[in-house]
Ligand binder design. Structure first.
Ligand SMILES: *Cc1c(COP(=O)(O)O)cnc(C)c1O
Length: 243
């Protein structure tokens, strides 16, 4: 147990150092890149460990698991009387069914995986009922792979415009995933497409100042994502997996 905790802190340290180096290479500030630690494969003990190590933005891709771990971490933070914050931010990063939106809104501070008009409407309706404004991001399929979730690039600007007309959602930016490949050029091309779309939407003034986040980059490709302008990285296995 002790060993695996030590290795989590070492792996986290390595990830943070790689991010800092990628920022340096690309003339960016580390303050402009947020690490969201994806906990879907981690034990509760491992999640507590990353929270103790200062990771207060956590991501889950399944509602059931989000519910379970968010509850346990909230309990942990309640008992803990140290310098830890009162709560952490949970990012919903996985495919979301409309009938689960209400549950997710109660637990998550940012839904990164909104990819249809109907889902966005469901978020707005439920946020209204709860008396909140929900932060969302538009998930875009930049790789063009048919099996991927996400709005196609060609339809993204229009959907972004529609989402900004909804009263109880705030569109914070774009989320995308690179194709599953070891070919770094293919990965980079996908991130470049994401950044260009992000810049197009900003240039059109859609969502005004709210629209400022570009979530891309996972364990295999986060350094490329930093170089291509990501402001949010979603990293799991590089921190939690045995290597
Ligand atoms: C699992 C997951 C991640 C993290 O993937 P790793 O390869 O473990 O870093 C990031 N984003 C989404 C949407 C995921 O489902």
């Amino acid at each position: 147990m002790i060993d695996s905790m030590q290795s989590i802190s070492e792996k986290l340290e390595q990830v943070r150092s790689n991010i800092a180096q990628a920022c340096l290479r690309s003339g960016r500030s580390v303050a402009d890149v947020k690490l969201v630690v994806v906990t879907k494969t981690a034990s509760i003990e491992a999640i507590k460990e990353v929270v103790r190590l200062g990771c207060y933005d956590l991501g889950e891709n399944r509602v059931q698991h989000l519910k379970q771990v968010a509850g346990e971490i909230a309990e942990f933070l309640e008992k803990e009387d140290s310098s830890l914050p009162e709560n952490v931010n949970w990012h919903m990063i996985g495919h979301l069914q409309r009938n689960k939106v209400r549950q997710v809104l109660k637990m998550s501070s940012l839904i990164q995986s909104v990819d249809t008009l109907r889902l966005a409407e469901e978020v707005s309706i439920n946020a209204c009922k709860l008396g909140i404004v929900s932060k969302v991001m538009l998930q875009v399929n930049c790789s063009g792979e048919p099996q991927k979730y996400g709005v196609p690039v060609g339809a993204a600007v229009h959907l972004a415009e529609q989402i900004t007309t909804m009263p109880n959602v705030k569109l914070m930016g774009l989320m995308t995933m690179a194709p599953l490949t070891l070919d770094k050029d293919v990965v980079r091309a996908s991130f470049v497409r994401g950044r260009e779309l992000f810049e197009d939407i900003r240039a059109e003034g859609i969502a005004k100042g709210d629209f400022s986040e570009l979530s891309m980059g996972m364990s295999q490709d986060y350094e490329i994502a930093v170089e291509e302008g990501a402001t949010i990285l979603r990293i799991g296995s590089a921190i939690f997996s045995a290597v």
